[in-house]
Design a protein around this ligand. Structure first.
Ligand code: WTA
Length: 663
């Protein structure tokens, strides 16, 4: 890391000056403020005593036994609500059954081909209990792990909640990951059961989830059963392994709708979610029961101003943390109606999101800047075709939102009427940590504004000294309830990764700027993690996938700024042998082979946009690849400082070659 990186955030074309001079401000509309869950700044005062604040929030949960102590903190290991007992599925379902919410829609689902299903809390309870009993009948017990590799169908949250009910930890693997990626995750957490489907729909195509699962479980000794939900239906010719594969419908057919919830300790593992870090191997981020639920429940209620009448839609995939916290656990813990959509925003047409808003009367919409920029490109006609008048609040997550995209979202989708909450957080943080409160905070387009009450964030320089006004590194100075409890099976990596760069503080891996009003502006990653269309990838992971191909000697991957995706993946590769005599055609063939290889190793989300061959990579005298210079090459900038290079000519030649290719 260097300050040079900070001064030139790789994710934004905007300079710091542009951000510093952003003058537009939007105070909460009076009508919104008057009805908001949080109306005054007072909550920030309460948040100053963070233990008291979070304890008050935890009291909103249903406990079978109260905690003895709010926090036990042995840096960097935290225990929240020590000795408390509760169950997440009881908090997300059973508690609502005793109220009028019993018949309220919990989940409204829309499949890509257009089917729709609504599950009331009562129906959800029935499905979860039956499936929980089904899992038990397969021998899944408290403390074991279950991997879920499913399309966006209601059976996905049903499976998660069933795991929570019986005390098994789930690990959801995003459906876009390949068989090999799935295999590695299953093996890392030693899952007993894998839950999948015969397929899912994406842009009219079928995602071959079962085939990938079959491929993966060839090499996963811990797996005893694969449960298959027939999303596509019985007509589909699904490969079947007798004895191992279990049909979801048959599994639940004879189960009762009563499955007593396991009493879980506050600190029992709720789930593991794998995410990309700065090394080749994904990390299993661990979230536990009470603190996580307190974090997601509170933030959903305050930041999304959630009310009983709302129809709330978060467009993420449940395979990512946003879906875990803000499609499933946060909304359901609040007794909300949460919308789930299976497919792509441009299927069958580019107005699909707006058609969904109109059809269900969505009031709160939570999506990603990459989607907003895509909608901007498609033009206003698509949203303008539809009735968006039910919307009252908009949210953004996953990457920095550029002020243009913010303004478009605010004006074209929100018609200037809906506050926009730009929410900063991570897989590791479990819930939103920096965000406006829509009834209180005056918004500035592009700024995530302020830490949530009870959260202490800071911007520091290289030495860890606070930066009052200007850019630095984002750190968190106090533990928070929904924080990760570690990396599955690797406590040392947890310490080294997050708690060693700035002693005593959590280092998020993001750059941030603080303006004169104390507002925070997130600047993107300052490490080797890339955001590509909102998906989190590691450059090292893609490099390892490339080097795994026998033709490749060495590879360096960087993110080049991309107007819509935030980053395009560019790989610089040295081959072991010269490309054949057929010139461009041969080169094209190898490029395609290498792209396909990355897709096989990780999944299509990691497919490089560009591959460039080079005889050598620019390295320092100690042999470290200078990715910073490769980024200069790919973004067409003058080369930064090259004095530490072993041979500065390499990067100069590379630059000429790249410019020539780009034409
Ligand atoms: C980035 C997604 C700027 C950031 C919830 C972080 C953001 C990474 C924002 C975590 C935001 C997320 N503004 N950047 N509002 N939200 N990020 O684990 O770089 O997929 O470190 O979690 O996304 O990505 P993850």
């Amino acid at each position: 890391m260097s300050t040079e990186i900070l001064m030139k955030p790789k994710t934004s074309k905007k300079t710091l000056e542009d951000l510093l001079t952003e003058k537009r401000k939007f105070a909460p509309p009076k009508k919104f403020r008057e009805q908001a869950n949080v109306k005054t700044e007072k909550i920030y005062q309460e948040g100053k005593n963070s233990l008291k604040f979070w304890e008050k929030q935890a009291q909103e949960l249903v406990w079978s036994k109260k905690w003895k102590k709010v926090l036990e903190w042995k840096l960097p290991f935290a225990k929240w609500f020590v000795d408390g007992k509760l169950n997440v599925s009881v908090n997300c379902i059973d508690r609502h059954l005793a109220t009028w919410r019993k018949t309220k829609a919990a989940i409204i689902w829309e499949g890509e081909p257009g089917e729709t299903r609504t599950l009331t809390y009562q129906q959800l309870s029935r499905e979860v209990n039956r499936f929980a009993n089904g899992l038990k009948s397969l021998g899944v017990a408290k403390g074991e792990r279950v991997v879920i590799y499913m399309p966006m169908a209601p059976e996905l949250p049903i499976a998660m909640l069933a795991c929570a009910r019986i005390g098994a930890a789930h690990s959801v693997v995003f459906g876009g990951f390949s068989a090999e990626a799935l295999r590695d995750r299953i093996n890392d957490c030693k899952a007993k059961v894998v839950i999948t489907a015969d397929g899912g729909y994406r842009r009219g195509n079928i995602v071959p989830l079962k085939q990938n699962t079959d491929e993966a479980v060839k090499e996963t000794p811990s797996v005893t059963h694969v449960v298959v939900y027939k999303r596509l239906g019985k007509t589909q010719n699904t490969p079947w392994t007798q004895g191992r594969d279990v049909d979801w419908d048959e599994l639940v057919a004879n189960q009762t709708a009563v499955c007593p919830a396991e009493e879980m300790d506050s600190e029992d593992l709720l789930y593991i979610l794998y995410t990309s870090g700065t090394t080749g191997k994904p990390k299993g981020i661990m979230h536990t029961t009470a603190g996580y639920l307190t974090g997601v429940k509170t933030t959903t209620k305050f930041i999304f101003d959630l009310k009983d009448e709302d129809v709330y839609w978060c467009t993420a995939d449940i395979g990512w943390v946003t879906g875990h916290s803000y499609i499933v656990y946060g909304p359901l813990a609040n007794g909300a109606t949460t919308v789930m959509y299976e497919g792509s925003p441009d299927w069958p047409d580019k107005d699909r999101f707006w058609a969904i808003v109109e059809k269900y009367g969505v009031t709160i919409l939570y999506t990603a800047p990459t989607a907003i920029r895509t909608f901007m490109k498609w033009g206003e006609d698509y949203p303008n075709r539809r009735d968006l008048s039910t919307l009252r609040l908009l949210g953004s997550v996953g990457e920095p939102i550029n002020p243009e995209a913010w303004m478009w979202y605010h004006q074209i989708i929100g018609k200037g009427r809906c506050p926009v909450v730009d929410t900063w957080w991570q897989t590791e943080t479990g819930s939103i940590l920096i965000s406006p409160l829509p009834g209180v905070t005056t918004l500035k387009p592009g700024s995530a504004t302020k830490p949530f009450p009870g959260v202490e964030a800071d911007v520091v320089d290289e030495q860890g000294k606070p930066v009052k006004i200007g850019a630095g590194y984002l750190i968190l100075k106090q533990p928070w309830p929904s924080m990760l409890r570690g990396i599955y099976g690797d406590p040392e990596r947890y310490k080294a990764q997050y708690w060693s760069r700035f002693p005593g503080a959590y280092f998020a891996g993001d750059g941030a700027k603080r303006d004169k009003d104390g507002y925070l502006w997130l600047l993107g990653r300052v490490d080797d993690v890339l955001k590509v269309s909102g998906h989190r990838l590691s450059t090292m992971e893609i490099e390892s996938a490339l080097v795994d191909n026998p033709k490749v000697a060495e590879a360096a991957v960087i993110g080049r700024h991309h107007d819509i995706k935030e980053n395009a993946i560019v790989a610089f590769v040295t081959l072991k042998e010269k490309i054949g005599s057929n010139g461009a055609a041969d080169r094209e063939e190898v490029i395609n082979e290498l792209k396909a290889h990355v897709v096989k190793k990780i999944g299509s989300l990691a497919r490089p946009d560009e591959i460039l061959f080079t005889a050598e990579l620019p390295k320092t005298r100690s042999g470290k690849i200078m990715r910073r210079l490769l980024r200069d090459v790919a973004e067409g900038r003058a080369l930064g400082d090259t004095t530490t290079l072993a041979d500065p000519n390499i990067v100069r030649t590379l630059k000429e070659k790249y410019e020539h290719l780009e034409g």
